[in-house]
Structures are given as structure tokens and as C-alpha cells.
Design a protein around this ligand. Structure first.
Ligand code: SF4
Length: 352
């Protein structure tokens, strides 16, 4: 069976396989999934409607380990969590990850991390400063959700894979995670309530489109031309803008879904009206949605946020070209919630 010993890493099918191997009926699987994900039990002894022998067998086979809360910061509608993962790797480093809960009028969204560190080295990103040391397992991905729900008593309706790490650099674990959280007996998160955000690993976008468990797709574009984008995002040298956009169009064709293009507004780097026009030309009439994001300035990156006037001018060019565009409210700035910042802050404070 391809899973770790944490129960939260098990797909529904793997749970059925376990039951059969244990000499039980697989019809017990719904009770276990519902107890884990709806009642959110903390002990296998509390699983409803199964016998004592099976409870003991579950407890002897699996753990229900959740990440350990290190720090929690809250502002009006945003709560940020810094978690430590139980370290099973040999490097013995602390595995710190972040999750951000955003309470919106259409339900709560949780943004989770997919890796400890990230190898993509985007020039504007705090997380890219820490090399990847660990791909989160499906259990570690699911247990971020369970931990946040238990800590806040809130039900997560939307999941966004936009925290630390590049999800498509951890593809198999991500797809197992999606299968677990989508299952109707468990968290039952719908396809249209899950967004996977990538810096642009084109072949994995193709795989994702073809996968039965795909959710929505967001692409961190951040520039409409190769020169600017390669400066901001080294991945562009491997999968340039035209190839990336063609792959995204293929995703739209296969899934029928819109693709979100994330665009961080950086002063005099990617925010000119000419670049807005280039972006509009790149999109044409296809089903893309551009999300303009104010830059949350952090130290030592050499970038400044675009002024509101420059963002509005950029927005106007896109609108005039009939592009669907929104300006994202900057979640998290007040709770130090920019990508990787809480972890960086914590590490800084413990070094002092
Ligand atoms: S923006 Fe995303 S892909 Fe790029 S370095 Fe940061 S975490 Fe990695």
C-alpha cells in the first residue's frame, strides 16, 4: 500500500484495501472517513459504528499526527499559522511551514504550503530563499487543514495551494491530497473550490488537466515577456511565456475551466501600460482571468510596490481590451503573512 503511517495520508480506496486486508468489510470505510473528517475525532477509539477490534487495529497501524502549532497571528479576516512538521527525514532540521486562513464573505479559504523551502528561486519571494528540504506528504498536506479547523472551529470551504513551495514540484503527493480532500465521505471539497498555483512547470500542467482529481489552476505569470519574466522567475528559461500560455490554453480546452493569471505589481519592472497591452495581446479572447496583486514589500529584494495610480492605469488597459481582471485586496500584510515571512521572522527571532 502506497501511504505513510499517518491515517490522513490514506485515500478512501487505500482505506478500503486496508479493511479488506484486516479481514473487515470495506463498508466500514464511510464510518471511518466521516469520523476523521466530519466529527474530527482525536482518537481511533472515537470512530463511530465500528467494533473495538478494528479500533485497536487502526490505532496500532496508524497515527493521527497533526503539525505542531509554533505561532499564530491574526488580523480582522486573516489568521496565519506557523507549524512544525514532525521530522522523519535524516537531516534533522526543523520543518517549518505556513498556512493562512482567510475569512471571506463566500466562505473560509485556507492557503497551504506544499514544500519546506522552494527551489524555484523567484526573485521577489521570501520562500524562494530557503532551498527545498522536504516535499510535504499527502498526510502533511491534509493535516494542515485538520489542524486549522480544530484550532479555529471553522469549516474550510476553499483550498488554495499557494503557500511555501511549488505544488507541481511535488506532484504525486499533491494529487493524492486532492483525492483525499475531495472524497464525498470526507471533507468533500469540490473541484471548483480547490486552486493549485504554479510558477509554470508546463508538462505538469498537462498532467494536471488530464487527471480526474484536478481542481482549478492559477499561474504565477508576473510578466508578459520573456526578458522580464526570466529576470523574475528562473523557471521561465525552461518554459518560456509562449509555451506556458499554450499549455494553459490546452488546460482550458480539456477542462473547460478558466485559468487565473497571478500578476504581482512591481514598480517600473512589470507595471507599464505597454506591458499591460502586451499581456492583453497574449491573452486575446481566451478564458483567462488576470489577478493584479499589490506587492507586499519585504527587505532586501530590490523591488518596490507599484503605486495605486500605476496599478489602476494597468487595470484600465486590460479592461479596454475586454480582459477579465480583478485587483486583489492584499490579505495578510498586517499579520506578516506574505509568502514565507512568518517563518523568516520566527527564524530571525530565535537566532537573536
Ligand atoms: S513564488 Fe512560489 S514558486 Fe516562486 S520561489 Fe516563492 S514559493 Fe517558490
Amino acid at each position: 500500500m502506497n501511504h505513510d503511517a499517518n491515517i490522513y495520508g490514506l485515500t478512501y480506496t487505500q482505506l478500503e484495501d486496508f479493511l479488506i486486508a484486516a479481514g473487515e468489510k470495506k463498508t466500514k470505510a464511510p464510518f471511518i472517513f466521516q469520523s476523521l473528517y466530519r466529527t474530527q475525532i482525536s482518537s481511533f477509539m472515537d470512530v463511530a459504528d465500528i467494533n473495538q477490534r478494528l479500533k485497536t487495529q487502526l490505532a496500532e497501524t496508524f497515527s493521527m499526527t497533526l503539525p505542531q502549532l509554533i505561532r499564530q497571528t491574526a488580523a480582522a479576516d486573516t489568521v496565519k499559522f506557523l507549524f512544525a512538521l514532525p521530522n522523519t527525514d535524516s537531516d534533522k532540521q526543523d520543518h517549518l511551514i505556513e498556512a493562512v486562513l482567510m475569512k471571506q464573505n463566500y466562505g473560509s479559504s485556507l492557503c497551504i504550503s506544499t514544500q519546506v523551502g522552494c527551489n524555484m528561486a523567484c526573485a521577489f519571494c521570501q520562500s524562494g530563499r530557503f532551498k527545498k528540504v522536504h516535499n510535504l506528504t499527502a498526510a502533511e498536506l491534509v493535516s494542515q487543514m485538520i489542524a486549522v479547523q480544530k484550532l479555529t472551529d471553522c469549516t474550510i470551504q476553499n483550498v488554495v495551494l499557494m503557500g511555501i513551495g511549488e505544488p507541481f514540484d511535488n506532484y504525486d503527493n499533491i494529487m493524492q491530497f486532492l483525492e483525499i480532500i475531495m472524497h464525498p465521505h470526507g471533507l468533500a471539497i469540490g473541484k471548483n473550490h480547490i486552486t493549485v498555483s504554479t510558477c509554470g512547470i508546463a508538462p505538469k500542467i498537462n498532467d494536471y488537466a488530464m487527471h480526474p482529481q484536478h481542481g482549478l489552476l492559477a499561474i504565477s505569470l508576473h510578466a508578459p515577456d520573456d526578458t522580464t519574466r526570466s529576470r523574475l522567475m528562473p523557471i521561465n528559461r525552461r518554459y518560456p511565456v509562449t509555451e506556458l500560455m499554450n499549455t494553459a490554453r490546452e488546460y482550458i480546452r480539456i477542462t473547460g475551466k478558466k485559468v487565473m493569471l497571478e500578476y504581482i505589481m512591481l514598480h517600473e519592472v512589470n507595471d507599464t501600460p505597454e506591458q499591460a497591452q502586451l499581456l492583453a495581446d497574449l491573452i486575446g479572447k481566451d478564458k483567462f482571468h488576470v489577478n493584479l496583486i499589490p506587492y507586499n514589500a519585504t527587505e532586501n529584494f530590490g523591488f518596490q510596490p507599484s503605486s495605486r495610480a500605476r496599478i489602476l492605469a494597468f487595470y484600465d488597459v486590460l479592461k479596454k481590451n475586454n480582459i477579465t481582471v480583478t485587483m486583489r485586496r492584499e490579505f495578510g500584510a498586517s499579520v506578516n503573512a506574505a509568502c514565507g515571512q512568518l517563518r523568516a521572522d520566527y527564524e530571525h527571532s530565535i537566532q537573536q
